[in-house]
Design a protein around this ligand. Structure first.
Ligand code: HAM
Length: 410
């Protein structure tokens, strides 16, 4: 028997229902906020991710599904959605439309070769949004509100962590300072953190190692060295959250695992799903579009982890829906199928081709989740009628063929 790969899952029945419910809810709310649907390829050229997610990140360093295709192109299954959407934005020359705002949402599979565990898969799904062309910190707040609206509507409890990662002006200054300080304590840091001193020193604050945490405890954080503009923007975001009554906390160690961020960063955390508790994350990336060859354009976005959220939602129970159609004699099948095609223009119809007794059909209708069982037997066929049982109301009637669709579905 061939099984699915480790860390990859099939989605069916209740899980598929949960997935659809989250996508529908999140898409509807994103549209209310002015976002439009975008779909980008799953496979992209590897350098796109190396230059955006960043070579110092764990994702690019260890987790990429990377291979050469038959044309010897170095390609990669997307580990996240932002890079592809930014590439599409630049490729469509939308970065040349100075002053215009573009807002996109997307959902679909992402691939990271991580060690699978609860809440961590190798193929997982995200719902994400990206906003281009708006530098105002109000947009950061609006995206946090959208995420909160999505989780509120899904009935999910969360905590909001925010931080500012500094801009092209204050971040390099801080980075230089922290690099020196880290070098002087490198004997007490884990191997990963020692490596990070050269590649991306602020990532050390993300380390879960206790010895590292105690070594780093008194070192300054990026938040202590923000320039005036970053300080102002971050305080604007916080005050908007406060005036709108949204609970949040500042996490000085929130650095995000992808290299493209600058300015506001945020994460939504659930205390109900174990160690992999980040249910969504995002932030500003004002330098990314320029860095990928586009005209400098501010950007901000987020993505939520579908699998982690699927553990937390219970979609509303589906009502019985549509019609189950069956026959008791083979001669009635053509008529049954003709009526089914007509009815399908309006509603849901499940057909059974095998002639069966009434009891077997009623069981079939129940399994199909249908509201009505519509059965044609020998007598019905000769009278030009169809026998219908309403499984919700527990009532029965016979309906002439020509008024059947109107009677049940309109
Ligand atoms: P991220 O924090 O890497 O950000 O991922 C966002 C969310 O995806 C996480 O909060 C988590 O819920 C989920 N996730 C990540 N890895 C896994 C995994 N292996 N298994 C299951 N769920 C996972 C990004 O990907 C950015 N592109 C977000 C963004 C958009 N920033 C700006 N725009």
């Amino acid at each position: 028997m061939i099984n699915a790969l480790r860390g990859m899952k099939d989605l069916m029945f209740e899980d598929a229902g949960r997935y659809e419910y989250i996508v529908e809810t999140a898409s509807r709310l994103a549209k209310n906020y002015g976002f439009e649907y975008i779909e980008t390829p799953i496979l992209e050229e590897t350098p796109l991710f190396m230059r955006s997610v960043g070579e110092s990140s764990d994702i690019v360093g260890k987790e990429m599904y990377r291979f050469r295709d038959k044309g010897d192109n170095d390609v990669c299954m997307r580990p996240e959605g932002t890079a592809g959407v930014v590439r599409a934005f630049i490729q469509a020359k939308l970065d040349r439309q100075q002053g215009r705002k573009y807002r996109f949402f997307y959902f679909g599979p992402m691939f990271r070769y991580e060690r699978p565990q609860k809440g961590r898969l190798r193929q997982f799904h995200q719902f994400g949004v990206e906003s281009f062309g708006e530098s105002a910190p109000e947009e950061d707040f609006t995206l946090i509100s959208l995420l909160a609206d999505i989780f509120d509507e899904l009935g999910i409890r969360y905590r909001i962590a925010v931080n500012s990662l500094g801009c092209g002006e204050c971040m390099p200054r801080y980075r230089k300072d922290i690099e020196e300080r880290l070098r002087s304590v490198s004997d007490s840091l884990c191997e990963d953190c020692v490596r990070r001193i050269d590649t991306n020193p602020i990532r050390v604050f993300d380390c879960k190692n206790e010895k590292c945490a105690s070594t780093l405890k008194d070192l300054p954080r990026i938040g202590d060295s923000l320039c005036e503009r970053c300080e102002e923007n971050f305080s604007k975001v916080r005050s908007l959250l406060e005036t709108t009554g949204m609970d949040y906390f500042v996490d000085r160690d929130l650095v995000r695992g992808l290299d493209y961020y600058s300015g506001t960063a945020f994460e939504f955390i659930s205390d109900e799903i174990g160690a992999q508790s980040s249910i969504a994350g995002g932030g500003r990336y004002d330098r990314l579009i320029g860095y990928l060859g586009g005209r400098e354009t501010p950007g901000v976005g987020f993505a939520l982890g579908m699998e982690r959220i699927m553990e937390l939602v219970e979609p509303p129970r589906e009502e019985r829906k549509g019609i189950y159609m069956g026959v008791m004699v083979r001669e009635a099948l053509e008529r049954s199928l003709a009526l089914a095609s007509e009815a399908r223009k309006i509603g849901r119809v499940v057909t059974e081709y095998e002639p069966k007794g009434l009891k077997a059909h009623l069981k079939g209708a129940d399994r199909a989740g249908a509201r009505y069982a519509a059965i044609i037997g020998e007598d019905e066929l000769s009278r030009g009628e169809i026998w219908v049982r309403d499984l919700s109301q527990k009532s029965e009637e016979s309906i002439p063929f020509d008024s059947f669709v109107d009677r049940l579905l309109r």
